[in-house]
Design a protein. Structure first.
Length: 305
């Protein structure tokens, strides 16, 4: 998939190219939220607003990766995402930074059928064709990206089980190795060696949001759900559904509507914790030992004894 997302070498050149030579930033307001990037609402001298995420200059690929994920989801025409304006870097007056400019989205009031509509649109995303997003395999993505602050390896694979073992669980276990005892390591090896006993190949590959918890779903002015901050790749739709259940879950109406139009394969509940093990390992590697016991519990759930 070839990206047509423009990239600029300064915020000034980006604004000139996008809005014209007379446009400048009149006001910058910090927006709360997010552990990794700084976020700002920019008011232009025209009165228009745009949204900017910023990070260190050397982290510019955070934003090219995020833009690629948003672009992939948007290309399916199934569910709302913010419109991408550009990515770029700027040397700044004192320190350089990288940036992502998006349309400014005003929050709205949820429609009465908000959760049902969201579920059906997510199901449509999961049913959309995926061939254009993976070259040389069935699962993966056309570029690596990030899950939180950590690199996410999207090397293509023809097998979902192999992909989830080699590109998802194994790198996270390796990074977290110093947290584990020798007995933990034996159980981890057993889990990885017998992963095909616990998860199955999907009936079809799906384009995934990849980090689908409540904080990455935004109600736009339309009253409908909008997906933000993706860690997109092609995989098993069960992983997106599992992630929605990890930190509190969505209302029952969401799951009822999703399953009505896109039932999951039998035994999903037995696989759910294993899919969320990837997210918990990532949290262990980013935030520390608070997440160690949940990781151990899930590993033992599948390969104890």
């Amino acid at each position: 998939m070839n990206s047509a997302i423009p990239h600029y070498t300064s915020i000034a050149s980006a604004l000139v190219s996008l809005f014209g030579s007379s446009v400048s930033i009149a006001q910058t307001d910090r927006v709360s939220g997010g552990d990794i990037n700084k976020a700002y609402a920019l008011t232009l001298n025209t009165g228009d607003h745009i949204f900017m995420k910023a990070n260190a200059k050397e982290n510019a690929d955070f934003f090219t990766a995020e833009a690629a994920g948003l672009s992939a989801i948007a290309s399916t025409k199934t569910i709302e995402t913010p419109r991408i304006l550009c990515t770029g870097t700027d040397d700044g007056e004192q320190v350089g930074y990288s940036f992502l400019l998006l349309e400014y989205i005003e929050s709205g009031k949820k429609r009465t059928n908000y959760w049902e509509t969201f579920a059906r649109e997510l199901a449509a995303l999961h049913d959309a064709p995926t061939e254009q997003f993976v070259k040389g395999g069935t699962f993966g993505f056309f570029q690596n990206n990030y899950i939180g602050a950590r690199t996410q390896d999207n090397t293509p694979s023809k097998s979902w089980v192999s992909f989830f073992r080699e590109q998802r669980l194994a790198p996270q276990f390796k990074s977290a190795d110093n947290n584990f005892t020798s007995n933990d390591r034996k159980l981890i090896t057993k889990l990885l060696d017998h992963l095909e006993d616990f998860i199955i190949e999907p009936e079809k590959p799906s384009l995934l949001h990849g980090d689908l918890w409540g904080g990455n779903v935004f109600c736009s002015k339309s009253g409908k759900a909008m997906l933000i901050d993706p860690a997109a790749y092609v995989g098993n739709a069960e992983t997106d559904i599992a992630m929605t259940e990890l930190f509190g879950g969505f209302p029952k109406t969401f799951y009822d509507a999703y399953y009505e139009v896109r039932p999951l394969q039998s035994g999903y509940e037995e696989r759910r914790d294993l899919y969320n093990l990837y997210q918990l390992l990532n949290h262990l590697n980013m935030f520390g030992q608070t997440y160690l016991e949940p990781v151990r519990t899930i590993v033992s759930e599948y390969v104890a004894g």
